[in-house]
Design a protein around this ligand. Structure first.
Ligand SMILES: *Cc1c(COP(=O)(O)O)cnc(C)c1O
Length: 389
């Protein structure tokens, strides 16, 4: 299916709403029935028609069709956040006594679910270095039912060999789940590589304007039906019509924004790499990246996020650098119009800071839609005045 068709036409029945170019926001909680027979039918299968907006909603349906097609999946569900999509997708695929193998240091709220929530229900998790297929196989036990991937992750961009992990899992009857937020399906298509469940936060690139949250879970029709009938309706955290409308709007410009961010990212990367106050820059499509070959093989693009390792012995200098930026803001999240930084040391107790450990000197940069020169000038002045080496 053509990308342009997906973004501009798929799912949109304009003749049903005055041929409006932009779809209506059907801001309703419930839908009326003329006959008891119709109501009974709706009760039987809530995924087959409109009953109540915790299940299906017409504005959300447009978004679902587009996002499933973008993933090359049979179907998808759109949640009110990426965290809810992770929770729904994982919960639906484990039961008491089961074991999960996960990449180490997955997204914060995935980790919290593995460490705090799931153990209460007898589900355990083993974290591994996911870069080698042998590590997945070694950690697998008789009760392993789920492999949890995040490739690349959003700090050091470690990758997993997705095809190999997916095919190894399939041969053992293990379900595979991937957090594909860094790439979006524009730059990586995990479903086509054999992954069962592909998740992405829509809060980042799909929304693209830092004004809504959302999360997408894609997979087979059978899998989506299973999740819809229990976890999706039970968690009750489906995307709301207005937020779905914002995501449809975001999708229109997704490829254009990613193109622009790709171009700007490379210019910023080039500047940072030659800067004397930067020890190194971690970016999947840079030749110095340890898994560069694999990145080129399984991703068609990389952009936006990169991690600078500052050349300093002092936490204060990192603080000065982040606070000294005049245009680039300091905030969590990414994928919006605005460039952002976040220092790793903000999450490490001050007394534990260890300048020897490069990770403690990480500052993650998200390159947004600004002009490259504007960002480079800001980074340059902040580096100049903060780091004395
Ligand atoms: C932000 C993020 C999430 C969670 O998405 P929310 O929409 O914030 O709940 C999951 N994974 C990654 C890699 C993220 O960056």
């Amino acid at each position: 299916m053509d990308l342009s068709f997906i973004l501009n036409e798929l799912g949109e029945e304009r003749e049903n709403y005055f041929n409006a170019i932009s779809p209506p926001i059907i801001q309703t909680s419930n839908f009326a029935f003329k006959t008891v027979a119709d109501l009974s039918k709706a009760f039987e299968d809530e995924m087959a028609g409109y009953l109540y907006s915790r299940g299906l909603n017409p504005t959300v349906e447009i978004l679902r069709k587009k996002l499933a097609a973008l993933d090359g999946a049979e179907d998808c569900l759109v949640f009110n956040s990426g965290a809810a999509a992770i929770f729904g997708g994982v919960l639906a695929n484990v039961k008491s006594g089961d074991h999960i193998v996960s990449v180490k240091a997955p997204y914060t709220w995935a980790e919290r679910m593995f460490d705090v929530v799931l153990p209460r229900f007898g589900v355990t998790t083993t974290y591994i270095d996911g870069t080698k297929i042998s590590n997945w196989e070694q950690a697998t036990g008789n009760n392993t039912t789920l492999y949890y991937l995040e490739s690349p992750n959003s700090w050091d961009f470690a990758l997993q060999p997705i095809k190999e992990v997916a095919s190894s899992a399939r041969s053992k009857g293990i379900t595979t789940f991937i957090d594909n937020s860094y790439c979006t399906p524009i730059h990586q298509k995990p479903i086509e590589m054999g992954i069962d469940l592909a998740m992405q936060t829509a809060t980042k690139y799909i929304g693209g304007h830092s004004d809504t949250l959302g999360g997408v879970l894609s997979g087979s029709q059978t899998m989506m039906k299973k999740i819809f009938d229990s976890e999706y309706l039970n968690i009750g955290s489906g995307i709301q019509p207005f937020n779905a409308w914002l995501l449809i709007r975001g999708l229109r410009t997704l490829p254009a924004r990613l193109d622009r961010i790709t171009k700007t990212s490379l210019e910023v990367l080039k500047f940072l790499k030659q800067h004397p106050k930067i020890e190194s820059v971690i970016f999947p499509f840079d030749e110095s990246f340890p898994q560069y070959q694999l990145a080129r093989k399984q991703m068609t693009g990389a952009c936006g996020l990169m991690t600078m390792v500052l050349k300093t012995k002092s936490r204060d200098e990192i603080v000065k650098f982040c606070e000294g930026l005049q245009h680039i803001m300091m905030a969590v999240s990414w994928g919006g119009h605005e460039s952002l930084v976040i220092p790793k040391c903000a999450g490490i107790p001050v007394t534990d800071f260890d300048a020897i450990n490069p990770e403690h000197r990480y500052v993650r940069l998200y390159v947004g839609l600004e002009e490259a020169d504007y960002l480079i000038k800001d980074l340059d002045q902040a580096l100049e005045k903060s780091i004395i080496n």
